[in-house]
Design a binder for this molecule. Structure first.
Ligand code: UDP
Ligand code: MG
Length: 144
């Protein structure tokens, strides 16, 4: 099934100069970039994006981190895009991430872990319109 997923290159990976590498991995995996932009979230915007985690002990640290610098947000599309992106990302904790994954390569710790990807169609349905309107999303077929 063709799916869409919301991906962010997080502030640590933007600052580390890994934007191109991260996006390149998704393109190399055959995903189509349906939308793309750089955004610097303020604290309230980070809290709203991650509201599903508001009761978690890491919420304050996470939202502080996610508003500490710009992120690159994108919508990726393709068959099984949600699971495919999660596989390319690796485990939340880079210490547990599989070799060859983005988090294994670039994440410093469980909080500053380089990348976000929607975890389900329901999450994607909340997260995509959080960043992108209809006129910012472009459907096309990958030919390469
Ligand atoms: N996070 C954290 N400490 C934790 C778990 C998660 O700081 O113990 C942060 C981390 O940046 C993670 C984000 O909160 O990516 C959202 O957590 P989630 O469990 O949804 O992980 P993900 O879906 O990003 O792998
Ligand atoms: Mg998650």
């Amino acid at each position: 099934m063709v799916e869409r997923t919301l991906v962010m290159v997080k502030p640590d990976a933007v600052g580390g100069g890994h934007v191109g590498d991260v996006i390149g991995r998704f393109e190399a995996a055959g995903l189509a970039i349906r939308a793309l932009k750089m955004v610097w979230l303020d604290r309230r915007e980070a809290e709203e994006f991650y509201q599903v985690h508001r009761e978690r002990p890491f919420f304050a640290g996470l939202t502080q981190f996610m508003s500490s610098g710009p992120i690159v947000a994108m919508v990726l599309e393709g068959p099984g895009a949600i699971a495919k992106v999660r596989q390319l990302m690796g485990a939340t904790d880079p210490a547990k991430a599989e070799p060859g994954t983005i988090r294994k390569a670039f994440a410093a710790n469980i909080e500053q872990n380089a990348v976000h990807g929607s975890d389900s169609p329901e999450s994607a349905a909340y997260e995509i319109p959080y960043f992108f309107g209809a006129l910012e999303q472009h459907a096309y077929r990958r030919t390469g």
